[in-house]
Write a protein that binds this ligand. Structure first.
Ligand SMILES: Cc1cc2nc3c(=O)[nH]c(=O)nc-3n(C[C@H](O)[C@H](O)[C@H](O)COP(=O)(O)OP(=O)(O)OC[C@H]3O[C@@H](n4cnc5c(N)ncnc54)[C@H](O)[C@@H]3O)c2cc1C
Ligand code: FES
Length: 220
């Protein structure tokens, strides 16, 4: 059980806990508080530095209700495969999808990054590296990113953004960090199935990062 501290804007929490293990960009942890929710929720590592593990959590959900009343969390992980390390990638993130993209940009080189949010306060909560463009609704990440000629792309965001990204960048080497409801986080409950060209795969153990051209984004 870990003590937690958090800072927040209207829509997101940054939750910091002490952690002396390792984790790589793209990996996630199963998180719950001692009193709930019954099923832990998966969260990508947003950052890991000097013994502190940080999550970026969208507010308004079940886990957050418990977090508000608890100063402790239970974490299990890391789970899932690290993101591939690409040459000069374009990084795209929408909302909570910024968590794994931020961690990637902290650890590895990238050429450009575009991060989108609904509110300006998001960018007061999170840090955004140089060489990044930020967008605020109604401008979207893709309004800006579609102009980029970069060949390698990694994206994480809400499903409508992922679908559009896959269409716009269909001729690129595009990877998507996928999200699905999870029970176990380690390939045992079959809760996080997605359909791919090679049949059913599980986001927790086969992903969460997949080559976009492999995934059927209309299946779920
Ligand atoms: C690999 C991965 C990484 C993620 N990283 C982040 C991140 O960095 N930041 C972030 O904000 N979100 C992240 N998510 C999404 C996150 O796990 C939650 O889905 C999201 O925070 C909403 O949680 P919630 O409890 O508010 O609502 P939901 O999880 O959407 O729950 C909605 C309803 O479904 C039910 N439910 C949800 N999950 C289960 C379950 N496993 N079993 C039974 N019932 C369930 C709940 O009881 C509730 O009634 C990630 C998801 C995945 C798969
Ligand atoms: S969460 Fe149980 S199989 Fe993926």
């Amino acid at each position: 059980m870990k003590d937690l501290t958090y800072s927040k804007d209207d829509e997101f929490l940054l939750v910091t806990i002490s952690y002396d293990g390792e984790a790589y960009p793209g990996q996630f942890f199963m998180v719950k508080t001692p009193v709930g929710p019954y099923a832990p929720r998966p969260f990508s590592a947003y950052d890991l530095k000097k013994g502190e593990l940080i999550f970026l959590i969208k507010t308004g959900g079940e886990l957050e209700r418990f977090l508000k009343n608890s100063h402790k969390v239970l974490i299990n992980g890391p789970f899932g495969n690290p993101m591939p390390i690409l040459n000069h990638p374009l990084l795209l993130a929408g909302g909570a999808g910024y968590a794994p993209i931020h961690f990637y940009a902290k650890r590895y080189d990238f050429s450009e990054m575009v991060v989108g949010a609904r509110n300006e306060s998001f960018f007061e909560l999170v840090d955004v590296p140089n060489r990044s463009v930020i967008t605020l609704e109604p401008t979207t990440v893709l309004d800006v990113a579609k102009l980029s000629p970069l060949k390698n792309v990694i994206a994480c965001g809400p499903m409508p953004m992922m679908r559009k990204t896959a269409k716009i960048f269909k001729d690129r080497n595009l990877y998507l960090v996928m999200e699905e409801k999870m029970g176990c986080g380690r390939g045992m409950c079959e809760g996080c199935a997605i359909m791919t060209k090679s049949g059913v795969k599980f986001v927790c153990k086969d992903g969460p990062t997949f080559l976009a051209s492999e995934v059927d984004l209309e299946w779920t």
